[in-house]
Design a protein around this ligand. Sequence first.
Ligand SMILES: *Cc1c(COP(=O)(O)O)cnc(C)c1O
Length: 378
Amino acid sequence: MHIPIPFNKPYFSGDEARYIEQAVRSGKISGDGMFTERVHRFFEQERGFQKVLLTTSCTDALEMAALLLAIEPGDEVIIPSFTFVSAANAFVLRGAHIVFADSTALNPNLDTSTLENLVTPRTRAIVPVHYAGIACEMTTILAVADRHSLAVVEDAAHAIDSYYRGQPLGTLGTLGAFSFHETKNIISGEGGMLAINETRLGARAEIIREKGTTRSAFYRGEVDKYGWVDIGSSFLPSDIIAAYLWAQIEHLADIQGQRRAIWQRYYAALQPLLSQGIGLPVLPDYATNNGHLFYLICRSLAERTALIAHLKGRGIWAVFHYQPLHSSAYYAAQHDGRSLPWATHYANCLVRLPLFYELIEPDQRRITDAVLDFFHMY
Ligand SMILES: *Cc1c(COP(=O)(O)O)cnc(C)c1O
C-alpha cells in the first residue's frame, strides 16, 4: 500500500520560528510591529501596491471593505455565486442584498457579458473573485463600475503574485482582499491583507482597522492623542503573525516557481482527458498563472463522486468546493430565483487535485496515473 498523498501540506521555509522569536524579543508583539512594517513595505515598494494593511484574515479584509465603502441596509452588491462564503457574508453583515452572478463557460470566474443586466439604482459594488489565481476579465468589470459609479472589491484570496495585463491582481479595483490562510500559496496560519487603491480611503481604512480610533496616526506622531472618531473593529494581526508571513514572503519566487511547475506537469499529463470532454483550467491571454490550484471539470456529479472515491482508494486526497451561494441554506430564500447554470455546474463537477510545495514528482505521477486510469486512458 502506498503512503497517502494529502490534499494540502502548508509550506514551511524554516525561518518562521526564528522570526517569531525576533518579534517576541523586540518587545512589541501587538499589531504594526517591525515585521508588519516589512510586509507592508514589500507590497508597497516592490510590488507596486499603493497602500496595504495586514489583517487577521481575508474575511476580515472583506469586512473592512464593506465598512470602508459604507455599505448600508438595502444596498446591492454583485458577487459570483461560485465562491467562498466570506465574500458575500462581509456585505450581508452590513445589511446588503446580494445579487449573485453566474460564472463563465470557460472558467469559474464571473461572467462579465451579462454583468450590466444585474446593476440597479441600488447597486453599490461588484466583487469579482479571481478563481484559482486566474484574473477575471477586469476591463469590462471596471467599465461597468465606472459607468454606474460602483466600487470594485477584488477577492484576491487565491491571487497573490498574479496579474491582469501586467498589473498585480488586487490593485485594479477600489480595494483588494488577500488571504494567508494555510491553504493559500503564502501563509501565516490565518491572515489576510487589504489593498487600498484609492488615496481618499487610506486614512479611514487605518481608523476602521484600529477600532474606530486614530491610533495609527498617533503612533506615527501625527496627532498628539488618539480617540474614537468612527466605527471600526480589531482587524490588525499580532506581529507574530507578520513574522511568520515574512519568512514565507522571502521565499515567494521559489514557492511560485515550484507551484507553477507542479501545475504545468498536471496540465501536460492530463491533456488526453480533453478528448473525453473533461475540462482543464483555461487561462485567457490577459491572465497569468500563479499555480494556486489545479482542477478538472468532470461531466457529471456522479462521475466526480466516483473519481474522488477512486483516488481515495489509492490513498490520494482530492476535494471539491463551493456550494453555490445562491442556493445555500442561508441565502436561497433571499435569492431572486434566477438559475445560475455555470455556478451549479462547477459546484457539481469541479475537483481539485493535491498541489503543495513538497509534492514530489513520483507522487504526482501516481496522481495523474490514477486519474487517467479512472478515465480508461492509461
Ligand atoms: C480562502 C478564501 C477566503 C477567505 O480567506 P480567510 O483568510 O480564510 O478568511 C475568501 N475568499 C476566497 C475565494 C478564498 O479562497
